[in-house]
Design a protein around this ligand. Structure first.
Ligand code: NDP
Length: 295
């Protein structure tokens, strides 16, 4: 039987609409919407597309969207100066520095300049510490999106065995901690994991975040498992002509479709959830900073 498709686009739209309702309430009660500022350094085309989408969806939710575009030639200290100025600006509720930064710039040092109260990407040491300690805080957007998709698909996640493949700071590690907070039993697999196929086959919920096209084969998926595919990989698409490309996930989708119980497509799965969670985080940051409450 074919797996149920988890429609990340539709779920993200529902989250966006809820954010828009909350923003409207905040404007009615406090007279001002939250403000998100995205810092884009250099002219990487993929980053430009992401930033444009973020700006569009921030505005559509009724929030103020600011963009600071800086040249790839900017010095480390100048860039840190911009981020520190945003941290000190009382109007700005959320700061996101679009990663990766151009070569030669130290992203860790730049992230350290973000006021943790405005860390809507959940990447500062304070945010990471709060996540590990189980204290309230701003959580990284993509892994938060993964948990929302799993919950919408399965309901209660208690006791489920989650295998996250990948242990990056951005996705794998926080995904593991967020599923743990849902009372899942979590395994973090990585490039040194022995018999990755067997580890994946033990998963009730499989979350590949590797960045290798279709590395997870259908036979690695347990019958009826839920697959949340984080990977976004651009590959050649010769059927559409020379030079054409298409996006695929880390999972061999057509194979997994026949075995999984539910699966996210790529594109249209985890991707749209990342911005939805960013918008949620911006509202959360504004409320916490300003002492606002949503009725
Ligand atoms: P990283 O490159 O930072 O991390 C990749 C992880 O995969 C590492 O932990 C690495 O292990 C592990 N890995 C690499 N090769 C293997 C292998 N052969 N077997 C098992 N594990 C392996 O990537 P990110 O976490 O930043 O991103 C992962 C994917 O998610 C990418 O495709 C990226 O494009 C996508 N992504 C999607 C987002 C979205 O919005 N949907 C947002 C962010 C990322 P080790 O630590 O041992 O090297």
């Amino acid at each position: 039987m074919s797996a149920r498709i988890i429609d990340g686009k539709a779920i993200a739209e529902a989250v966006d609409q809820e954010v828009a309702r909350h923003v409207q309430q905040l404007v009615e009660t406090y007279g001002a919407p939250p403000c998100l500022c995205v810092v884009l350094v250099g002219d990487d085309p993929a980053s430009q597309v992401y930033v444009r989408n973020k700006g569009r969806r921030t505005q559509a939710a009724g929030m103020i969207s600011r963009e600071i575009k800086l040249p790839a030639t900017i010095s480390q200290s100048e860039l840190e100066g911009h981020v520190k100025a945003l941290s000190a600006d009382p109007v700005v509720d959320g700061i996101l520095v679009q990663l990766p930064l151009p070569a030669g710039l130290d992203s860790d040092a730049v992230i350290a300049c973000i006021d943790p109260a405005k860390d809507v990407d959940g990447l500062t040491e304070v945010s990471a510490g709060r996540l590990v300690l189980g204290r309230p805080g701003l959580r990284p957007c993509t892994p938060t999106g993964c948990v929302i998709l799993a919950k919408r698909s399965l309901g209660d996640l208690k006791g489920a065995h989650v295998v996250v493949v990948g242990r990056s700071i951005l996705v794998g590690k926080p995904a593991g901690l967020l599923f743990l907070a849902e009372d899942c039993t979590v395994t973090l697999a990585h490039s040194r994991t022995r018999d990755l196929a067997a580890v994946c086959r033990s998963a009730d919920i499989l979350v590949p975040a590797v960045g290798r096209p279709e590395i997870i084969k259908g036979a690695w998926v347990k019958q009826g498992a839920t697959v949340i595919d984080v990977g976004i990989n651009r590959v050649n698409n010769p059927t559409k002509g020379q030079g054409a490309t298409r996006l695929v996930g880390d999972v061999a989708y057509d194979e997994a479709l026949e075995i999984a119980g539910a699966i996210t497509p790529v594109p249209g799965g985890v991707g749209p959830m990342t911005i939805a969670c960013l918008l949620q985080n911006t509202v959360q940051a504004a409320c916490t900073r300003r002492g606002w409450t949503i009725g």
